[in-house]
Design a protein around this ligand. Structure first.
Ligand code: 5GP
Length: 210
């Protein structure tokens, strides 16, 4: 078994929290450390989004067939569409030693935590509610109704944040990316993630003990 298996990091946040930008920056800075899972979704591509880069865009039939074949680690419905994490990529990259990042919503995140209790759950928000609203309207990609739904969703999600391991605030992007990186890397030092290495250390020490 690989003793240096990566950590599964689940990253969620309010719509407009800048999760996508944080993840892109993290990948750019540390391409040898992180692998970003690309999800499948039944929603339409937004302008500028590419198949296989932001998402694998599926019809509902295609999506449900994949879920049925157990090819999704988790999936959930979010504002009227399905979103899910293809399982094979995540398992392969963890085995290769990458810290694998899932950028997913809260129902999916909690399912992952149940399935894989040592997954690290991080939640990101803007510094305050006004900034949540202004980032959503500033994006210019959603209509008024969708923005209202996403604000209501954020209101509900504020309760779920307590089920996460960490809350990070994205006020300044650079600071936030550094914070996310150090939280994940510190996590590697936890003794509960080092059982095999501790056992090895004890074995080495045993030759010095009479
Ligand atoms: P968007 O449509 O803005 O790209 O994403 C909507 C929400 O779906 C975001 O909160 C995003 O994190 C979440 N999401 C994206 N991929 C997945 C996935 O594979 N599984 C789950 N459960 N949520 C996802």
């Amino acid at each position: 078994m690989n003793q240096n298996k990566g950590i599964l990091v689940v990253f969620s946040g309010f719509a407009g929290s800048g999760k996508g930008t944080i993840m892109k920056e993290l990948m750019k800075r540390y391409p040898e450390t992180y692998a970003l899972s690309v999800s499948a979704t039944t929603r339409d591509p937004r302008p500028g989004e590419e198949e296989g880069r932001e998402y694998f865009f599926k019809t509902e039939e295609e999506f449900l067939a994949l879920a049925h074949e157990n090819q999704m680690l988790e999936f959930a419905q979010y504002v009227g569409h399905y979103y899910g994490t293809p399982r094979a990529y995540v398992e392969q990259k963890l085995e290769e030693g990458y810290d694998v990042i899932l950028e997913i919503e809260t129902q999916g995140a909690l399912k992952v935590k149940q399935l894989i209790p040592d997954a690290l759950l991080m939640f990101v928000t803007p510094p305050d509610a006004d900034t949540v609203f202004s980032r959503l309207t500033g994006r210019g990609t959603e209509d008024e109704k969708t923005i209202a739904r996403r604000m209501a969703k954020a209101y509900d999600e504020a309760d779920i944040m307590c089920s996460y391991d960490f809350w990070v605030i994205n006020d300044d992007l650079d600071t936030c990316v550094s914070e996310v990186h150090s939280i994940i890397q510190n996590e590697h030092a936890r003794t509960c993630r080092k059982k095999a290495q501790i056992k090895q250390m004890k074995q080495q020490l045993s030759s010095y003990v009479k």
